[in-house]
Design a protein around this ligand. Structure first.
Ligand SMILES: *[C@@H]1O[C@H](CO)[C@@H](O)[C@H](O)[C@H]1NC(C)=O
Ligand SMILES: *[C@@H]1O[C@H](CO)[C@@H](O)[C@H](O)[C@H]1NC(C)=O
Ligand SMILES: *[C@@H]1O[C@H](CO)[C@@H](O)[C@H](O)[C@H]1NC(C)=O
Ligand SMILES: *[C@@H]1O[C@H](CO)[C@@H](O)[C@H](O)[C@H]1NC(C)=O
Ligand SMILES: *[C@@H]1O[C@H](CO)[C@@H](O)[C@H](O)[C@H]1NC(C)=O
Length: 612
């Protein structure tokens, strides 16, 4: 800092005071600019001392009906005043029993850490808060009273995630009262509370909205994000960062597409050959302890981790050891018949394949359990693969099947039925709903012949206007939407096989992600009778072109746009959400997520002016 040249006098929050200096090389606060809330919009104005202006953050917190809450709650009313406080003056007063209590303590520690992170100089859990300029601010405390009624903490499709949150302020204490049935609801409320708080850069303190009333519950019970860790390995640290961002958006399911043809990174105690042959390297392996750590990390943040074991296609690496162990070929690398290299499908003619598969399921359930859902994958089976292998052809013939498509579909459905039995056995006889991708097996005229709609949920990855959606709904299948034309986040980049752009181009911007409404798509194709069969949706990030280094920018803030569609399901489109999303993106960055920028910072400072 150079020599002090001038003291600056500005109006801050209606008070004229000397609060900053301008140096010769840099400038310090305050800014000559301030903000006024006009018509629910923060308007940037020159602080000439005539107007009571707020800082940008204070204006964002208090201006408009929803402040900068993301996702938008079911209903909220926020006061227009803030109180200053230090993170050291925040206390939790829990009322709970059982596991809900211990998780609440952990969720509260996350909440406190997120408060520390509002400081621009946050590092390693701490931030250099300034000495308060008035005694009130140093004494002001934030008391968070949380009541959770249900002691058990179990995520399922029926879990109640709703909560009530009230903020009141009197006599130097801001009291937050949170009521929720489950730990998950209480955790969501703490996230909402984090978003009623911001950094006050002039005084180097935090500020909280002094009065608020929020009533909130999600529109959809399944709000997911898919990550593929087979095409490229994603580190445990990056998975945790993804969970942090999901928690900030109230997404509740990390669908972990762990394995595929390319690599098998999950260590299985009784089948160590899977990673030995299938992992990219000894460094790129998830051990059971890693998985358990991820599961707990997710649970504290209100997220279920849903494992997928994709079969009978999308296998290959990891399965090469069968013949060496005297078990025959477990999977075949059918090089020329698949969607992308390398290819592979399980060998239906080999009964040993089922013993190994059953063991894989057992290990999955052991490490991921208790499970409430399981994803069987089940997509992109290529009949030519099976139909060009002597072993399979002679097995089909021996068993009296023709070599026509229908015979193969039947074999595929038998494979699925056996898989379901093996998984249920692995889960100690407890049946859980299975999820399957749309495929040739789920096509019109075939699906209800082969798949029981009370056992299977279908994850739709067609376009959002595919007539199959209506067919599935009319036949009573529960659906999860991942229509690739909006919710595949890997689309719109350069091809990795050949030239041009990748198969599912173009890129879906956050606006398209936001406006992709499952109810509206279903309504467009049929009628509203089937709305309750739609469990929710999920954005998928397939990682052919992704690893730790570019993961965040592909996921965020588009994942946040998805989250508001699934939590709030607003009747309005992206335009009404834009100014809150820009702010939420800043919040994600403070949490260590390298989210993409979607606009110049000027638009964050000049609300509503970035339209043509
Ligand atoms: C506020 O918005 C309303 C309706 O959009 C408009 O009629 C009014 O002129 C606006 N007021 C100001 C001060 O901009
Ligand atoms: C399997 O191959 C035979 C020829 O070997 C062919 O007649 C039949 O149509 C093929 N089946 C499928 C489903 O492609
Ligand atoms: C479908 O699955 C349910 C639950 O497992 C079972 O009760 C029912 O009998 C099955 N229906 C058919 C037609 O197999
Ligand atoms: C539903 O159909 C209308 C009219 O064709 C279209 O404008 C809209 O984008 C569709 N909505 C969705 C979510 O596909
Ligand atoms: C909705 O569509 C289904 C199938 O097309 C039809 O059977 C049903 O009568 C429709 N319901 C309404 C309320 O229009």
């Amino acid at each position: 800092m150079g020599e002090v040249q001038a003291a600056v006098v500005v109006a801050v929050m209606g008070m004229v005071m000397v609060v900053g200096v301008i140096g010769s090389q840099a400038f310090t606060l305050p800014s000559p600019w301030g903000y006024q809330c006009v018509n629910n919009t923060c308007v940037k104005k020159l602080a000439d001392g005539t107007l009571p202006l707020a800082t940008l953050n204070e204006c964002k917190l208090t201006c408009g009906k929803m402040g900068v809450l993301w996702p938008q709650p079911t209903s909220a009313s926020l006061g227009s005043e803030v109180a200053y406080f230090l993170p050291s003056n925040v206390v939790l007063q829990p009322s709970c029993r059982g596991e809900a209590c211990s998780l609440l303590q952990e969720a509260f520690a996350v909440f406190r850490d997120n408060l520390e992170r509002y400081h621009p100089l946050y590092s390693n859990g701490k931030a250099p808060w300034m000495q308060p300029w008035q005694p009130d601010a140093s004494a002001h405390s934030l008391v968070v009273k949380v009541t959770v009624t249900i002691p058990e903490v179990k995520m399922s499709l029926d879990t109640q995630e709703d909560y009530l949150l009230e903020v009141t302020t009197a006599g130097g204490v801001t009291t937050v009262t949170i009521n929720a049935n489950t730990f998950f609801g209480a955790r969501h409320a703490l996230e909402t509370l984090t978003q009623l708080i911001e950094y006050q850069e002039i005084h180097g303190l935090l500020m909280v909205v002094t009065s608020a009333s929020v009533r909130d519950s999600p529109a959809f019970s399944y709000r997911g994000l898919l990550l593929d860790t087979s095409r490229n390995f994603i580190s445990v640290a990056a998975l945790k960062r993804t969970l942090d961002a999901m928690a900030a958006c109230k997404l509740n399911t990390l669908h972990w597409h762990i394995t595929d043809t390319h690599s098998f990174p999950l260590y299985l105690d009784t089948l160590p050959n899977m990673v030995y042959y299938g992992a990219y390297s000894s460094e790129q392996v998830y051990f059971p302890a890693d998985v358990r750590e991820i599961l707990h990390y997710a649970k504290v943040r209100g997220i279920r981790v849903l494992p997928e074991f994709d079969a009978p296609a999308h296998v290959g690496n990891g399965w090469q050891w069968g013949e060496m162990q005297g078990l025959g070929k477990l999977a075949e690398p059918w090089q020329s018949y698949c969607v992308e290299p390398p290819c592979g499908q399980l060998n239906l003619a080999n009964p040993n394949m089922y013993s190994v598969l059953g063991q894989v399921y057992k290990e999955f359930v052991d490490v991921f359990g208790p499970i409430d859902l399981f994803h069987y994958g089940g997509d992109e089976v290529n009949l030519n693969c099976w139909n060009t292998t002597d072993e399979i052809i002679s097995w089909m013939t021996r068993n009296g099947y023709g070599l026509h498509a229908d015979a193969y579909y039947q074999q595929w459905s038998i494979f699925q039925e056996k898989s379901h039995k093996l998984l249920t056995a692995a889960n100690k006889g407890v049946e859980v709903p299975g999820i399957l991708w749309t495929s040739h097996l789920t096509e019109a005229g075939r699906v209800d012949r082969f798949l029981n709609n009370s056992q299977y949920i279908i994850q739709v990855w067609t376009t959002g206007h595919d007539p199959l959606i209506a067919e599935l709904l009319q036949k009573g299948y529960r659906l999860i939407f991942s229509n690739y034309d909006a919710w595949y986040l890997d689309c719109g980049f350069g091809a990795w096989v050949g030239e041009g752009n990748n198969w599912c181009s173009p890129y879906s911007g956050w606006q398209k992600v936001y406006d992709n409404s499952p109810h509206q798509m279903a309504l467009n194709l049929t009628n509203s009778t089937y709305a309750n069969l739609i469990l929710g949706g999920e954005a998928a990030l397939w990682t052919e072109q992704v690893d730790d280094h570019n993961l965040d920018a592909k996921l965020w803030p588009r994942g946040a746009a998805l989250a508001e569609r699934l939590w709030t399901n607003p009747p309005t489109g992206w335009k009404q959400a834009e100014f809150r999303l820009i702010h939420h993106r800043q919040r994600l960055v403070k949490r260590g997520v390298l989210s993409e920028r979607i606009q110049p910072q000027w638009c964050h400072q000049n609300e509503g002016l970035c339209y043509l």
